[in-house]
Design a protein around this ligand. Sequence first.
Ligand SMILES: Cc1cc2nc3c(=O)[nH]c(=O)nc-3n(C[C@H](O)[C@H](O)[C@H](O)COP(=O)(O)O)c2cc1C
Length: 172
Amino acid sequence: MTVLVGYSSKYGATAGIAERIAATLSTAGLPAEARPVADVHDPTGYDAFVIGASAYLGSWRKDATRFVRRHHELLAGRPVWLFSSGPLGTETTDAEGRDMLTQAVPKQFAEFAESLSPRGTQVFYGAMDTSKLRGRDSLVGKMPAVEKILPNGDFRDWPAIDAWAQDIAREL
Ligand SMILES: Cc1cc2nc3c(=O)[nH]c(=O)nc-3n(C[C@H](O)[C@H](O)[C@H](O)COP(=O)(O)O)c2cc1C
């Protein structure tokens, strides 16, 4: 059994999460490969899938969405987990008192719940370094109103990521 931990990451935060999940699965005895989904042209050799991408403006990154749509028949017949990385900061609720992780579920997850019936979906806190943002992200990221909801820093919750990966290993 080999697990694909496929990811789409713009600045590296989600790639780090995917590498960590693959390492945790491997340590648990399940061979796992972390690879950008854009490089995976033929996924038929994988027995299970963990697919993750960062969210920008409410949407999962396009190449992860494209990968899942293109291979949905294969994925629907095998165990699949999805994750998203995004919310920044140490708050657990937003200004309206709503759960940060629930609010950050990318809109594509509703579609994939129907087309794939994933065994699990999860949102993880992300990471951002405003000095590394490019193009439009740089303009948006530096807007004073946005800086409040998208603070700089690495907020990835490694214990939560490890626990999720260990649950997957147990299920498989
Ligand atoms: C312009 C911009 C928009 C963002 N929009 C969202 C969003 O809608 N939801 C969210 O959870 N995170 C959002 N984020 C935060 C990123 O998803 C987060 O930094 C993520 O961990 C980046 O991962 P990556 O480096 O793998 O792309 C946004 C960040 C920027 C710079």
